[in-house]
Design a protein around this ligand. Structure first.
Ligand SMILES: O=C(O)CCC(=O)C(=O)O
Ligand SMILES: [Fe+2]
Length: 368
């Protein structure tokens, strides 16, 4: 038996102490070659990503998401693009955004600096490890670190971003260019979110007043950098379990390694990365705000044997102290209110009482 196999045999018995798992999956992989996925990451058979071909849920190969051309949205073709945007949010809950105003350089610097953050030693990353969900900076692992019975093959860095000057002093100082690059990226994505939100409201037939749009401007922004190391048995585990995003809109930047899958017509389909495009998805707040017209869709992340993968989700919500409800402009006799009013407090109470897995929170807000 080779030394590596001997090591793995020993490690696969899962004598890995609990405290090691909490340091993250990257750390686990660096401690020695893992030829098998430790038991702690193995999903029950029915939740694993690959299923037999007889299974009706069998994965469709890949899906071409609707592509929204941002430049066209701002030009004379706006009415047609708004129609296309409405279809995308209704039928897929997801679209790819190309020709947006954020330069390739800014996008590249962002994935690059986040990659370098995860490349650092455990000691450096451990400075930000906490299980406090409200911390302005949090390095962690899995999905819901303290609650997951089966862990996910993912490490993350979560940063609160808005209002920026308040949070900046909490952000990592290493790599040295981290704060500068991420602050610039956060500002540019916030601006893009606002222009996109205006278009989304218009596509719903709502022309918001200046004050209402300002509310979105004052809303929260959170950045989630996800790192998925290569995995020796990717069929047994997931990078992220099926979930929908809490919030209004998510702007996702991913590297060129595929992994994101969305649920489409009851099947899991893979989203093909397009260089420098954003994958944009409807969050729970927008589903509620649109009174169910636009859909917050379940998505999950596969890992693979050969390559690590990096993604950065910029999650935009209304201000935390604000009540989210179906827009009164969309509710009437013909279209009764389908969701109860909800606030951030009720969301937090919900996630601390149950596993925030699947679309449960949104289901719990439905009125019928
Ligand atoms: O890594 C991805 O592609 C998706 C990440 C995601 O769903 C999230 O951060 O909420
Ligand atoms: Fe997500």
């Amino acid at each position: 038996m080779s030394p590596a196999m001997a090591l793995n045999e020993q490690r696969s018995k899962d004598d890995i102490p609990e405290s090691q798992y909490q340091k993250g999956v990257k750390h686990l992989c660096e401690k020695g070659p893992l030829l098998e996925v430790p038991k702690k990451y193995i999903l029950p058979a029915c939740e694993r990503p690959t299923k037999s071909v007889e299974d009706p849920d069998v994965v469709k190969p890949s899906l071409k998401l609707p592509i929204i051309d941002f430049a066209e949205l701002l030009g004379p073709k706006r009415p047609q693009v708004l129609q296309y945007l409405a279809n995308a949010c209704q039928q897929y809950g997801f679209f790819q955004l190309v020709n947006h105003c954020i330069s390739d350089d800014v996008m590249k610097s962002m994935t690059d600096v986040c990659g370098r953050f995860f490349d650092q030693s455990l000691e450096e990353r451990a400075k930000y490890m906490t299980t406090d969900m409200r911390a302005p900076v949090r390095c962690g692992t899995s999905f819901s670190q303290t609650k997951d019975t089966v862990l996910c093959w993912r490490d993350f860095l979560k940063l609160l971003c808005h209002p920026l000057p308040d949070f900046l002093p909490h952000w990592p100082t290493s790599p040295v260019d981290f704060r500068k690059v991420v602050a610039n990226y956060a500002e540019e994505t916030k601006h893009l979110f606002l222009v996109l939100t205006e278009a989304i409201l218009e596509s719903l037939g709502i022309t918001e007043s200046k004050e209402e749009l300002e509310e979105f401007g004052n809303g929260s922004q959170m950045m989630m950098a996800n790192f998925y190391p290569p995995c020796p048995q990717p069929d047994l585990t997931l990078g992220m379990p099926p979930h929908s995003d809490y919030g209004f809109l998510t702007l996702l930047l991913q590297d060129d390694v595929e992994g994101l899958q969305i649920q489409y017509q009851d099947k899991w389909v893979t989203v093909q990365p397009i260089p420098n495009a954003f994958v944009v998805n409807v969050g729970d707040h927008l589903e509620i705000y649109s009174n169910g017209k636009y859909k917050s869709i379940l998505h999950r992340v596969l890992v693979n044997e050969a390559k690590s993968r990096l993604s950065v989700a910029s999650l935009h919500s209304l201000p935390f102290n604000c009540t989210v409800r179906p827009s009164p402009k969309l509710v009437g006799e013909e279209n009764p209110k389908r969701y109860m009013d909800t606030d951030f407090g009720s969301f937090l109470a919900y996630v601390s009482s149950r596993e925030p897995n699947k679309k449960d929170f949104l289901e719990s807000r439905k009125l019928q």
